[in-house]
Design a protein around this ligand. Structure first.
Ligand code: LAC
Ligand code: ZN
Length: 476
């Protein structure tokens, strides 16, 4: 059953008070907030997860502040929820039993860009688009580009292993993280990984930290691998009467050996939402592909042509190539604001980010239609077709609809797992998907992960209530 918040007890107020006094003494009042109206905004993120207003918000300015906060919290037995941009979509940064929110949004420094070693070293509070701009000014490129790039932060990108449209060609954030500075719940500060492209010493703790959703450690510094900035970009939009034809085009593009950097799909209901937000789109269109290639200008041209051919062969009604950067930005604008535009359609929205093997994409879209019909829940889908990664959105207005939404989500997840897919491609499990984890992962697999968690955070104080289903009440 979908629970928007796991049933963990609120932290003992006396412990929280003690921690507040110690933090205030160690860090100074300006970094430690306890006033209810200042703490309350930190109970939410960009998802439907409902958190508890934290007792304390710490605005860390350095790795030392993070270390001090964790040491004090560990000693006082107060849970800590790390938070960077707060733009997560599954409640990963939402405190579920109050305690401390450890915010790193103030750590915004880009410490180093190295054009020979092809890397950037930055703090977790850097806004992703600022980092992208900074490296692109140097002729370099950080490919991951989630739609929230203008307001999400690097720390969250790493904690969630964010993806975005360019992952088809370039992969998600994990492909770029070389090393991390990370502090464990007991205050131990570690440098994981390295600055070199190669390196196989010891366990790959960097990879373990990436995507661990703030449950294993708090990031204070990230070393990222970069690639040279592609000299040219070409963008193409193809309209189809039905998603089935769009799905066939995706297959054909892949079969031709083409690797566009983006291969995005929007279904009929999503296109309706786009039209309603003021972007005129041919009313005959029941699906759209937004495709982008990059590389040398001549290569881009050839690839665009071949991609266009694949779309036409698959029955595209219309194929449109962006003529300049301004037109390209216009094509992307509607897509990038999709998540927020869809939110405006109904009072409540849950956006999933399931993935199936690419070959099953059309089956997945069919299933979504079937589930929507049989459950009566309004649903729409868009997303990263090249990766088989679909944002299936569940929309509802009335709280009475929630049980039906629950059932529809569970059905979707079961179908996805049956297709050998996965529950989350880029947003993580957080609070919202935790009850469903056992649908995909075996009890043994979950047990091993719990053991890893218990090794690094024996008292379970770091970001409690996330990823794993909550077993029972536990003093947090
Ligand atoms: C997107 C976000 C929701 O792709 O992941 O728009
Ligand atoms: Zn996405």
């Amino acid at each position: 059953v979908l629970t928007l918040r796991p049933s963990l007890p609120r932290v003992d107020p006396a412990r929280a008070e003690r921690a507040a006094i110690l933090l205030d003494r160690a860090l100074g009042g300006s970094k430690v907030l306890t006033a209810r109206d200042l703490c309350e905004p930190f109970a939410r993120d960009e998802s439907e997860a409902i958190g508890e207003s934290p007792d304390i918000v710490v605005h860390a300015a350095s790795a030392d502040d993070i270390q001090t906060t964790l040491r004090i919290a560990n000693e006082a037995g107060v849970p800590v929820t790390p938070r960077a941009g707060g733009s997560g979509r599954t409640g990963g940064a939402v405190p579920v039993c109050a305690g401390i929110v450890l915010a790193t949004a103030a750590m915004t420094s880009i410490k180093e860009i190295d054009k020979t070693d092809l890397l950037v070293v930055a703090e977790p509070g850097v806004i992703l688009s600022d980092l992208q701009d900074a490296v692109e000014r140097e002729g370099l490129f950080f490919p991951p580009d989630p739609s929230s790039a203008t307001y999400c932060c690097l720390g969250g990108n790493v904690a969630a292993n964010a993806g975005g449209p360019r992952a088809f060609k370039y992969g998600s954030v994990n492909r770029y993280v070389l090393g991390l500075e990370v502090t464990l719940m007991d205050g131990t500060r570690l440098q994981t990984g390295r600055r070199t492209m190669k390196g196989v010493t010891g366990y790959d703790l960097t990879s373990l930290m990436v995507g661990s959703e703030g449950t294993l450690g708090v990031i204070s510094e990230v070393t990222l691998r970069l690639v040279p900035k592609p000299p040219a970009v070409g963008t193409l939009l193809a309209l189809f009467d039905h998603v089935r034809a769009a799905g066939a085009a995706v297959r054909d593009i892949v079969a031709r050996g083409l690797v566009p950097r983006c291969l995005e799909i929007l279904d009929a209901t999503t296109l309706e939402a786009v039209r309603r937000s003021g972007v005129p789109i041919d009313t005959r269109a029941g699906a759209m592909l937004l495709i982008e290639v990059d590389g040398e200008p001549a290569t881009c041209e050839v690839e665009l042509e071949r991609v266009g051919e694949a779309c036409s062969t698959s029955g595209a009604i219309d194929v449109l190539v962006a003529q300049d950067a301004a037109q390209r930005d216009r094509l992307w604008k509607a897509r990038k604001e999709m998540s927020r535009a869809v939110r405006a359609l109904t009072k409540n929205k849950l956006s999933e980010d399931v993935v199936v093997p690419r070959s099953r994409l059309v089956d997945l879209l069919d299933q979504v239609d079937r589930i929507s019909e049989s459950s009566g829940v309004k649903m729409l889908s868009y997303g990263h077709a090249g990766d088989g990664n679909l944002h299936v959105n569940f929309l509802w207005n009335d709280p009475d609809e929630l049980p039906r939404v629950d059932l529809a989500i569970e059905r979707l997840f079961r179908e996805v797992v049956a297709m050998r897919g996965t529950l989350s491609g880029e947003h993580g499990i957080g609070v919202l998907k935790a009850p469903y984890l056992p649908l995909e992962q075996s009890a043994d697999l979950i047990a091993v992960q719990r053991k890893i968690k218990a090794t690094l955070d024996p008292a379970g104080l770091l970001n409690p209530g996330k990823i794993f289903p909550v077993l029972g009440h536990r003093d947090c």
